[in-house]
Design a protein around this ligand. Sequence first.
Ligand code: DOR
Length: 418
Amino acid sequence: MRLLRRTGQGVSKGLLITNVRLVDGHSDFRGDLYIEDGLISAVGRGLRIPDADVLPGGGRTLLPAFVDLHAHFRDPGYPEKEDIESGSAAAVHGGYTAVAVMANTNPVCDRPEIATYMQEKAARAGLIELYPLGTITRGIAGEELSNMDGLAPHIWAFSDDGRGVERPNVALLAFRRAAALGRPIAEHSEYRGIDDPALAEEVMVNRDLLLARRTGCALHVEHVSSVGSVELISAAKRDGVPVTCEVTPHHLCLEPGYIVNPPLVPREVRERLLAALASGVIDAVATDHAPHTAADKEKGAPGISGIETAFPLLHSRLVRTGQLDLQSLVRAMAARPARILGLNKGSLEPGRDGDVVLIEEDEEFTVTEDWLLSRGKNTPLIGQRLRGRVWATVRRGQVVHLDGKTFGRDFDDHRSIV
Ligand code: DOR
């Protein structure tokens, strides 16, 4: 099937996507979108562009591509769970073109060389933009600060994700250093000594808000899962404390049962998390994509391989049921995480990066192990039927995923799809 057409005989200048419903945080209308030199150049009805490649949208919904603030690509160290190529393929299959990857690799990302290794490998794979996080402490041991000065130019934030920084003075020194370096602290908020998971989170959120207030360091609270944390963050935001936070698709949508850290929460808590997302107290949805082998999962490894199911799950469970409008979801998955990462992405305005996705809102599909491009098949959604499949992903005007196939560096010219 010929999916890309050409207008005119000359050399193509850009990509024209026709006949779509365009939705971003500001607008919702039917029309076309044109990307030239990697940037959105025009949106409107009946666009006529000489010498463009044309991707007929077939009435599908076009959104800004998603930006993930929190994923585990396990590279270096655990290629049997995921590596940067398979993680990138899974990301574009899920509609993500920019992904922040966590530092709990092996070796951990506590040195600049690890961050550059990750970025160079992602650039070679040619699918996504990868933004590493660097560890707060050496070896994620929670004792001594990592080489924060050396890491800072290569990372967007510092995090010991997988573990909270428990020792208060280590945390204070880290917040001070991160503030001086102009990088956020992204905290996995959990005191392991406390038996109540909500309290274990709230105690650390509370301490970190005090540290952010005192040091001026930007704090990003990862995978918020308690009402108390939301209340603390909301009050701190009102006071002008520089804090942002994220929630995962699974903490919004799934019943407790599957092992993930922090643990899944009951319906009343999910409803409060959703209300906080809709109001903007929770800034972003982040996947916490955590691929594991079947053997590790059986041994109790926490986490869900979720970057490919994030949008379909949220669309099926929250948008289609009328609990969240599509524009709010797009803000949470694209505009706000892009702003947090400092990227020129997340909306369909001319001048933004030409990163978009095409969604099949109505067609139902089944999540199977084969459908997932991630090596991690650890998701409780296997066998479930969802709607809101990502049909195509475009990064800077290049089709990087179409109908389950990915097109990275080996397919440098997206016209090879034709
Ligand atoms: O479920 C989780 N898995 N939560 C985390 O914080 C870490 C992650 C992992 O690395 O597997």
